[in-house]
Design a protein around this ligand. Structure first.
Ligand SMILES: [Fe+2]
Length: 257
C-alpha cells in the first residue's frame, strides 16, 4: 500500500481540516491580509505520526535518484567588481531535487510507487493552498520535491517571473516539510518592510508553509546535529499554483447558447 494517502486531506489534523473547509478565521485568507502578508507557517495541521510515515517512505524510495541543483556564488561577483560597494549577488542555491517532470525518470517511478505524485495532485492539496491564500487557483499546478542536506541552502532571491504573463502579478507556493531528527536547524528568512527582518524555523515534521510570491527570502544552510550529518535531511514537497483566470470561462455551462 502506498505510504502517502491519495488525498492530502487524509494527513490533516482537526485544525488542518477546518482550514481546508474554510472555517479557520486565522489561517483562511491569511495571504490577503492588509497590510500585505506574504507568508504563513503552519505547524499543527498535519498529523505527526502520518508525517513520520511519509518521511520514511521518501527516505527509502527517493534518496538514490535525487539530482544535485547547484548555482554557486560566481567568482566574478568579486573579481569583476570595479566600483566599491557595487556588489550584486545572483540567486545562489545548493539542494537536491527529484525530477518529477519526466515519466521516464527513476524519481517519477519511485514517487508514483509511494503515492506521492497522486497526493500532490489531489484536489484537497490545491484546496488547502487556495484556502490559505484566499484566492481561486488554477486547476493545473506544478509539483516538485527538494531535499536539503547538511550545508544546503538557497541564497536571497524573490521568485519573481516578470516574463510570464500568468505569473507576473503573483502566484502561490505551498511547501510541506518533512525533516529527519538529525537536523539541528534551518530557517526561512524573509523581507518585510524592505528589510530581511523576519525569520521562521522550517525544521519541522509536517509543517506547511504558504507563500504569495514574489518577495525576497532565503533559506539558511541546513545544520545537522553533532555527529549526525549522514542522516540529516529536510524533504520539501512543493506545489506551485497560478491564480485562476479572473473572468471565469463559460465552458462549464455546457449546452447553453
Ligand atoms: Fe524561493
Amino acid at each position: 500500500m502506498p505510504a502517502f494517502p491519495s488525498e492530502f486531506a487524509d494527513l490533516l489534523t482537526p485544525r488542518g481540516l477546518r482550514i481546508l473547509k474554510g472555517r479557520d478565521a486565522e489561517a483562511c485568507g491569511a495571504l490577503l491580509q492588509v497590510p500585505p502578508r506574504r507568508f504563513l507557517s503552519l505547524t499543527d495541521v498535519i498529523q505527526v505520526k502520518k508525517a513520520v510515515a511519509c518521511r520514511a517512505a521518501l527516505e527509502a524510495a527517493l534518496q538514490d535518484s535525487l539530482v544535485e541543483m547547484e548555482d554557486p556564488i560566481p567568482p566574478e561577483s568579486i573579481l569583476g567588481m570595479t566600483e566599491n560597494y557595487a556588489e550584486l549577488l545572483p540567486k545562489t542555491v545548493r539542494v537536491r531535487t527529484a525530477l518529477l517532470e519526466s515519466r521516464r525518470s527513476r524519481s517519477w517511478r519511485a514517487a508514483e510507487q509511494v503515492g506521492l505524485t497522486t497526493m500532490l495532485r489531489s484536489e484537497s492539496f490545491a484546496a488547502f493552498a487556495a484556502a490559505v491564500s484566499g484566492r481561486a487557483l488554477r486547476r493545473k499546478w506544478g509539483i516538485q520535491v527538494l531535499c536539503y542536506g547538511p550545508g544546503d541552502y538557497s541564497g536571497p532571491h524573490n521568485d519573481h517571473h516578470p516574463e510570464d504573463l500568468e505569473a507576473r502579478d503573483g502566484y502561490v507556493d505551498m511547501h510541506i516539510t518533512l525533516a529527519t531528527p538529525a537536523v539541528a536547524h534551518q530557517w526561512l528568512v524573509y523581507a518585510q518592510g524592505g528589510h530581511f527582518s523576519q525569520m521562521v524555523p522550517v525544521n519541522t515534521v509536517g509543517g506547511v508553509t504558504v507563500y504569495r510570491l514574489p518577495f525576497w527570502h532565503y533559506t539558511t544552510p541546513l545544520m545537522a546535529r553533532p555527529g549526525q550529518a549522514e542522516a540529516a535531511r529536510r524533504w520539501v514537497l512543493l506545489g506551485t499554483f497560478l491564480d485562476a483566470p479572473r473572468a471565469p470561462a463559460r465552458a462549464k455551462t455546457l449546452g447553453r447558447p
